[in-house]
Write a protein that binds this ligand. Sequence first.
Ligand code: RIB
Ligand code: CA
Length: 311
Amino acid sequence: MARRKVILDCDPGHDDAVSIIIAASQKSDLDILGITTTAGNVEVEKTTCNALKISTLLDIDAPIFQGAKRPMVKAAEIAPEIHGETGMDGPKLPEPKITAEEKHAVDFIVDTLKQADGKVTLVPTGPLTNIAMALIKAPEVKGKIDEIVLMGGGTFGNWTPAAEFNIYVDAEAAKVVFDSNLPITMFGLDVTHQVIATKGLRERFSAIDNKISHFVVELLEFFGKTNEELFGFDGGPIHDACTTMYLIQPELFNFKHVNVEIETKGEYTYGMTAVDLYNVTGRIPHVKFADSVDQEAFWQLFGEILSSYSR
Ligand code: RIB
Ligand code: CA
């Protein structure tokens, strides 16, 4: 059977890096057509540098394209307090052996969708600026997208009381995506906070004892520390990893079909994903919303993925 074609759109980012590692592993049957970067956790130059470093470390055979320098309307907001100045503080990484392509990420997304034989899955794990701009630039490519599998939003916030970071940074872009009538599978904080890489899990994965498992543990040590300091968690929730774990083993997750509207006006609610869990609005339940995960099975598969890098 043909491998599933994906474009990973990201802002590495500790958990973006983990998501890429999952997608590039031997346990995954994904055909990574390209990695596109956006401003988000840190400036787009830094997220791109991080993507190049990850790709070098994993020897990923996929081109990397730099994307949006800022959101469509608002000024950029970054999160160095969570990801550090580089956006991926903690592990020591080799300098990249490759450079980003000349083409802009949005043009890569549009051209790839136009030229693809068959459909492509978009996997955004940062602000949705690139995805929205591609849909605005070339709405005709919608027919070539089989699913948008995204990390963002939730029934509560982590950047404001109402809004999660990825959606908050560019709520206008999120509105374009959520109003696109495309199939959206949404991994928000409700489910990503159920996959926290605790000290015990980090010790378990350290024992796998290969280059990638040690890299991941170093990522999770730093990410765990900042999440413990800022949110009082006992580790870092590997938010973005939910997207690629779902693509490998969808049955890990439970979903509800719900209506989701994006708030772009509220003084206190800008960037909120209004998740209509009980369909009180009667609006079309157009989003596949992940509300729970089989944590034991999730971490079992995660360990197998890290072990697959031993061979
Ligand atoms: O709110 C969590 C999200 O914001 C994750 O994608 C993380 O990488 C940051 O981008
Ligand atoms: Ca991210």
